[in-house]
Write a protein that binds this ligand. Sequence first.
Ligand code: PLP
Ligand code: COI
Length: 353
Amino acid sequence: MNIRIEKTTTPKAKPDFKNLGFGKIFTDHMFVMDYTEGKGWHDARIVPFANIELSPACMVFHYGQEMFEGLKAYRGENGSARLFRPDMNAKRTNATNERLCIPNLPEEYFVEAVKAIVDVDRDWIPNEPGTSLYIRPFIIATDDFLGVAPSKTYKFIIILSPSGAYYASGLAPVGIWIEDDYVRAVKGGMGFAKTGGNYAASLIAQVKAHDDGYSQVLWLDGVERKYIEEVGAMNIFFKINGVIVTPELSGSILPGITRNSVIQLCKSWGMPVEERKISVEELIEAQKSGALEEVFGTGTAAVISPVGKLRYKDDVMTINSGDIGPVSQKLYDTITGLQNGTIEDTFGWTLTI
Ligand code: PLP
Ligand code: COI
């Protein structure tokens, strides 16, 4: 892939890396590549970060044919930039693309594009503890057409955002609302895909949860509203009687890369891990009997996010006295250590630029 690079002549002042928040500040450049039916992906370029012009008839505005990914770059030693399992994001991109009738994006193009844009804006990787450069690749359908059909043209864009913790509370345990009315996805739908529609469908419950003082929503299965699925922007794990339990990949939840890493890490530490169905009743029983030792969410943006409180209808369950548990803390320290390069990577997960 040949990438044309046009550098900005008006670089922005760097923000205060101590007060970044999440996803609010953008770097000097962006990666853009076009797709045209019959021609394939073409015109890869890195250009100054700027607004893009699209017709109001552009298909993505009407039927939501789009996908996105999320990964991070971390500051390594001697000015190096480090990526965590970008090949997994490349693979998931194509799983999403297939579901959304978006053309396949060769995995090597994805990884090469991420490496190239991070290289150009590497000075934007923050160096404060708990910070990183959040990378947001996305593809949008760009035909000007109001018929419901797959677009014939697309744009693949990557933007970068120096970011701190996803939750304002940082590593402090969050409260989660188990949603018993709305559902996010069903088998056969798009739940496993990373596409905007899934997040649009989640907003109404998230607003309700926020109004009640909870950080995010935990979704139940879309048919029986009985089995635990995932959180708005994280997969979910439970430690019950010493066993790490997480919902199996059923087709309606996102196959998280952090989820996969946590499973591999726990197994490497000799901990029993079960990927299976877990009902909300089982959870309530485990909490009542004292068997529910820890609950934590996993995600790129959220890393490991301990859950201190779970609400289901009239039940409010306090987990581990509202404190971070030892497994959550060990996973957070290990994953961030691997990402930053302070822990040796024996898994081959990290890529240095
Ligand atoms: N589930 C949902 C709905 C998400 O948005 C995310 C975030 O990307 C995850 C799970 C976690 O996935 P990953 O660990 O790949 O970031
Ligand atoms: C991520 O963790 O990368 C995500 O995409 C979550 C996001 C919806 C903020």
